[in-house]
Design a protein around this ligand. Sequence first.
Ligand SMILES: [Zn+2]
Length: 240
Amino acid sequence: MGAGYGIMHGCMGRVCRIIFLCCLCLLLAGGCQQQGGSSLRSPRPFKFQPSNKKLVPRTVNRLAREANIKIRMVPANSRQRRAAKKIRPTFLTIHSTANHSSSATAMQHSRALCRGAFSNRSWHFTVDQYMVVQNLPLNESGWHAGTAAGNHNSLGIEMCEAENRGQNHFRTWDRAAKLVAVLMKRYNINLRHVVPHYHWTGKNCPTPLLSNGRPGPKWGWFLSRVDYYYRCINGGKPNR
Ligand SMILES: [Zn+2]
């Protein structure tokens, strides 16, 4: 069903087994990522005001098309991908790049990610005001959350803050909200499991959607956008 969303899945069959064995070897050799915090905290619901905007019903495929998802995968033989684990995501982790350069677009970040410019770091989607770029298969872990629990249970979504006449932030957040709603539907993820990077480590990320470094009114606004789009593709019913 994912193919209809324009979202690619991971390798299948033999290749999959080879990657699994590689991961196992790395584990046994002690070469896996060293990360703290393996416990999986269940977050308390975040209070927000649901939008009373009139729903515009559409299919999940339609919303995915609106999000405009392109594919630019980190190479399968890269350091990041070879260290990945097989996962089934139950959380969605939201980040921002905190890079205000006008050239710091989703595609530029994706290109840099693909050539290893961010060292071991990796994430699943990069979003700007024009598009979403998928960078990892959705059944492989990335390294973005700062804890093993975060990396092994969530998909990482980076939002780009490239400046463009002050219009892009809202559009980027709105596009990210559409993507999150699509992924919630696809993986049956509760809105409570849509979390800021802050949730895993206390880091001030995504900075523009936090208030004094913590989830506050701006985070509530983002969740209300996600909740709105989710209800648009789910017959009006929320998943909170
Ligand atoms: Zn982050």
